[in-house]
Design a protein. Structure first.
Lengths: 318, 225
């Protein structure tokens, strides 16, 4: 495979994530209403929202500095960079595969959320600052969970490069089926729920500013910058889904050779796998109530304990 | 069946993973009803492990263990508990605990570490089909003991005992696949009886005192109202 081919496939992955991210948010929004026997918005609604917002004027509060103007780009770019590092469609390493491992992916995603947090304080509205501090609380509790999950993964796969981890779990199936793997999966799922701001950590469809965790940070964004923030956060969710589905949960069905047929098949398979994950997340969301703010520490503490047990199991009972 | 045989340890390993997870679930969950659900899931996992281990090489003892477990723990015990324990107890959201949840989680983590380390030593180089069962069972046994010690409410404490029993069985079916059936039957009748007696006691205590928080029953009451 030539470098041009490899780079081209990497860009195809990027296009897959960038173009399909809004439709996944649309599907989540629709299914969330469907489980309550409501009809729900069209799954194409996020695209319409983006078009509308992109054609409007950008307005910033008087106190806003360059941070608020730059943050939407950081939010949008960080998941796009991560997309280059992870196996979205192919099981063989692409151009950017060895530029960074899963830890780097976590840090790059953290850059985006850092800028969004700072920008929320920068705009000067009180709800923004409140949401920012709450997100940081969730964030700093989620960080050790991620690190320990990576330790557990690296004990199993001897690497934290996503492509190699994925290969490790496909090749001898014995690696895939182990107590450590189950525990890593559950810990990572809990982490995804916390990071993408879903129930029981945060209510994404809540309209009450005092109870918001994630949403209140973007209250003061408007026009194209709001569009970028929305698009970026849906891309961040898709990137997390892809890591979970393709690297940890079901590392099968990716294209093994760089031909068009295999890639088309991989696109379909990955799409279906993410839909299955979304159905699981909706089921979790429909069956749980939102936790009180200070119970979030308990929730993430449980995730941490599960992750550490995964690490213990990986080391002691392989 | 050779194809199945190749996958047997893997399926069993998955079951063991979920088993240790359910042991942690009993530590972290506050509502009594949800604790009971976790216990049902754990018993189902135990039965599944018995069936998987008993299928190849075929062992009727293990399959019988699975059937008895399936009948008594996920069906009979929850039925007894639901019927006899007053319904108000299941609606309590915050049950009283000797340690708060984060602390008990950390203790559970330490116990899991000890359990895994000791379990690995115990198994050693023994030619066992399912080493995972012994290791995970040992860790879950210690976590069950923690549930028993930390919870100060009658029903969750009993669920702790039953969780310990589940964990011991998980280890047992791997060590002794030809366990005499009479012992298994004895335990199968013993455990629902335990549930029955504890439920009746709980009911009586709840009627008299209005609470089943065991911690509050330590002090003697001079003048009952």
């Amino acid at each position: 495979m030539t470098i041009a081919q490899s780079l081209g496939l990497n860009i195809l992955q990027l296009v897959f994530v960038v173009l399909l991210a809004p439709v996944f948010s649309g599907i989540v929004a629709r299914w969330r209403e469907n489980v309550q026997f409501k009809r729900g918005p069209s799954i194409w609604q996020p695209y319409r929202d983006l078009r509308k917002l992109l054609s409007k004027e950008d307005r910033y509060s008087e106190s806003a500095t360059w941070v608020a103007r730059f943050a939407p780009y950081a939010v949008c770019l960080s998941p796009m960079l991560v997309t280059l590092l992870i196996p979205v469609l192919t099981s063989f390493p692409l151009f950017g595969a060895f530029a960074g491992d899963m830890l780097a992916a976590g840090f790059i995603l953290a850059i985006g959320s850092f800028f969004l947090t700072v920008a929320a304080v920068d705009t000067g509205i009180p709800y923004g600052a409140m949401g920012a501090s709450r997100t940081r609380m969730v964030g700093f509790l989620a960080e050790p969970v991620l690190i320990v999950i990576l330790f557990a993964v690296s004990f199993v796969a001897n690497s934290t490069i996503p492509y190699i981890v994925q290969q490790q779990w496909v090749q001898p199936p014995a690696h895939f089926f182990s107590p450590a793997h189950v525990l890593v999966l559950v810990a990572f799922l809990m982490l995804i729920i916390a990071e993408t701001g879903r129930l029981p950590v945060d209510n994404p469809s809540g309209h009450f500013e005092l109870a918001m965790v994630d949403e209140s940070k973007v209250l003061d964004f408007s026009g194209p910058s709001y569009a970028l923030v929305k698009w970026g956060s849906s891309m961040k969710s898709v990137v997390l889904y892809v890591i979970f589905v393709n690297v940890l949960l079901a590392p099968w069905g990716l294209a093994g050779t760089p031909n068009a047929l295999a890639l088309g098949e991989a696109i379909a398979v990955v799409f279906v796998k993410i839909l299955v994950l979304l159905a699981l997340l909706i089921a979790v969301e429909a069956s749980l109530a939102k936790l009180r703010l200070f119970r979030i520490a308990e929730y993430l503490g449980a995730a941490f304990v599960v992750a550490v047990t995964a690490m213990i199991a990986a080391v002691l009972a392989p | 069946m050779s194809n199945y045989h190749a996958f047997e340890p893997e399926i069993n390993a998955l079951i063991c993973g979920f088993f240790v997870l359910s042991a942690f679930g009993m530590v972290v969950i506050r509502q009594i009803g949800a604790c009971l659900t976790v216990f049902i899931v754990q018993s189902l996992l135990l039965a599944a492990s018995a069936f998987v281990l008993g299928a190849e090489p075929l062992s009727w003892h293990l399959i019988a263990v699975g059937c008895v477990t399936l009948l008594s723990k996920p069906i009979l015990i929850p039925y007894v508990l639901r019927r006899l324990v007053p319904r108000e107890i299941y609606t309590v959201r915050e049950i009283s605990q000797a340690l708060d949840v984060p602390t008990s989680l950390l203790v559970a983590l330490g116990l899991a570490l000890i359990g895994f380390a000791l379990g690995t030593r115990l198994v050693g180089a023994a030619p066992l089909l399912a080493k995972q069962n012994v290791i995970v069972g040992f860790a879950s046994l210690l976590i069950g003991a923690l549930v028993l010690a930390v919870r100060r409410e009658a029903v969750p404490q009993m669920l702790g005992i039953l969780a310990m029993e589940n964990a011991a069985f998980l280890a047992g079916i791997a060590i002794a696949p030809d366990f005499p059936l009479i012992a298994e039957l004895a335990i199968a009748f013993d455990v629902p009886l335990l549930a029955f007696i504890v439920s009746i006691l709980t009911r009586a205590v709840y009627r008299r005192v209005g609470s089943t928080a065991v911690g509050e029953l330590a002090a003697l009451r001079e003048h009952p109202q």
